[in-house]
Design a protein around this ligand. Structure first.
Ligand SMILES: NC(=O)N[C@@H](O)C(=O)O
Ligand code: NI
Length: 168
């Protein structure tokens, strides 16, 4: 990959990700004790939505192959009719790529390193890169809108970007 621009990898924080979606993590500010004090409920961390023609919100498991590096970021995608969340099930970190919308196309991607205890919920119509698992095959609990065939818009960059191996 000669002239690909390398994208920095940023820590995933609620503030940095706020324009793109929710960070799903045990935020103490959301905690309430339930079940007679035997359970900590971290309440309302994200709101999965379907937009437009009513379709089911469904739970899925995505089993992601680890990405090899340097990884070429040649495209971004978005789901106009629903949110999409990824919560790690395998105790591994993963990469999250998002872009602002610039007149209907994704701008320069931002890449975040999600820790094993962090998930994300992309807002509907947020440009994002498909799942980027790290190091080993990793499972993720994914909540999104059924009938994904009608809910996928892709954009391919003329000049792809590059991500180098994150130091974990
Ligand atoms: N296509 C699909 O179900 N997966 C993507 O939406 C993704 O964000 O990984
Ligand atoms: Ni997606």
């Amino acid at each position: 990959m000669t002239d690909h621009e390398t994208l920095r990898i940023l820590p995933l924080t609620k503030a940095a990700f706020a324009a793109y979606g929710d960070v799903i993590e045990a935020d103490p500010a959301t905690m309430r004790l339930i079940n007679n004090g035997t359970t900590e409920r971290y309440h309302g961390l994200a709101s999965p939505v379907v937009v437009g023609p009513a379709e089911r919100l469904i739970f899925n498991i995505f089993r992601g192959q680890p990405r090899s590096f340097p990884h070429e970021v040649g495209m971004m995608e978005r789901h106009p009719f629903g949110s999409q969340s990824f919560m790690p099930l395998s105790g591994r970190p993963f990469l999250v790529g998002v872009s602002d919308d610039e007149d209907g196309r994704p701008g320069r991607p931002k890449v975040f390193l999600a820790q094993p205890h962090q998930g994300v919920n992309y807002f509907a119509n947020t440009w994002h890169h498909p799942l980027m698992a790290l190091g080993e095959i990793s499972d993720f609990l994914v909540v999104d809108r059924d009938n994904t065939a009608a809910n996928l818009e892709e954009f391919f960059f003329d000049k792809p970007y590059r991500i180098t191996e994150p130091s974990l």
